[in-house]
Ligand binder design. Structure first.
Ligand code: NAP
Length: 271
């Protein structure tokens, strides 16, 4: 039985994906999020469908927590695992983590890198899927401002932090040709991502009514997971939904790539 680690499993796309994969009895789902009660209920739901699952709660809004989570996961899973980085945050306001970094920069970019380090070092993972966002095309990275949210804006920060992680994972794919890495836009999906209170929240929930159901997105991700291979060794391919596309210009820009690489290495040196 192969392990499949799924972050952001408690809600939205991740929750629907866990249920969609429940019938693949050859896999054990390792479900990660902060909300233990929702994870426990999901384990029960997966088992009721005949699948196998365990809950490994963890918080990606602190680098120390992310490191501890990666350690717990590497002690739990067996070699050959698939890792799906799906947890994500669309922040409504600037907030800092215990390390003094902007929270979405940590949850969407730095923490998943820290979390996966123990798994890669211990040779536990074979494939990594990144649930990214088409909005990376609007991303911009300013080494002096983005890490601490000095350039914070709800929409821009989401785009910037998703771009940073996509670029970092391209580097991980290059450094680890033994891994099969894919980075994708999952679709425009009716979930609680970026939910707001007040009139803006009400408006957003009206707009979202026309968006795709998480179950349809999950079925698409399950089809991609069933593919034998995603990318050539040493590369990460970019998919818009199920279709491979050239990397957007912003993800090919060498100055941006270098800035993200250098800043990330510096910030993670002591993490
Ligand atoms: N929905 C869309 O249209 C859309 C479009 C493009 C890309 N995406 C991407 O798809 C992924 C899933 O989004 P979604 O729409 O399903 O969002 P969602 O419904 O808000 O779910 C987000 C998931 O991330 C987890 N998470 C958030 N903060 C966390 C933290 N600090 N530590 C650990 N886990 C945390 C949440 O679990 P807990 O709260 O229990 O921790 C939850 O399970 C995200 O990466 C998002 O950027 C979504």
């Amino acid at each position: 039985m192969a392990d499949l680690i799924l972050t952001g499993a408690s809600r939205g796309i991740g929750h629907a994906l866990a249920l969609a994969l429940a019938e693949r009895r050859e896999d054990r789902l390792v479900l990660v999020a902060r909300d233990q009660a929702r994870l426990d209920a999901l384990v029960t739901a997966v088992e009721q469908k005949g699948g196998h699952a365990i809950a490994v709660p963890g918080d990606l809004s602190s680098l120390a927590e992310a490191r501890a989570l990666g350690q717990r996961l590497s002690e739990t899973v067996t070699p050959g695992a698939t890792l799906i980085h799906n947890a994500g945050l669309w922040p409504s306001k600037r907030a800092l983590t215990p390390e003094g970094l902007e929270t979405a920069f940590v949850v969407n970019h730095l923490a998943p890198l820290v979390m996966q380090r123990a798994l890669i070092d211990a040779g536990r993972v074979r494939r990594i899927m990144v649930v990214s966002a088409g909005l990376i095309v609007k991303g911009h990275f300013d080494a002096a401002l983005t890490p601490t949210g000095g350039d914070f804006s709800s929409i821009r920060t989401y785009c910037n932090t998703k771009l940073c992680f996509a670029l970092a994972m391209r580097d991980v794919a290059a450094a680890h040709p033994e891994l099969d890495v894919v980075i994708l836009h999952p679709g425009v999906v009716r979930t609680g991502l970026g939910a707001r209170s007040g009139p803006m929240g009400w408006l957003l929930s009206l707009v979202k009514r026309g968006w795709e159901a998480p179950e349809d997105c999950a079925a698409r991700l399950a089809r991609i997971l069933a593919r034998e291979r995603w990318s050539p060794p040493g590369e990460a391919r970019w998919l818009l939904e199920e279709n491979e596309q050239p990397w957007p210009a912003v993800a090919e820009d060498e100055r941006t790539r270098r800035a993200v690489r250098d800043t990330t290495a510096q910030l993670l040196a002591s993490a």
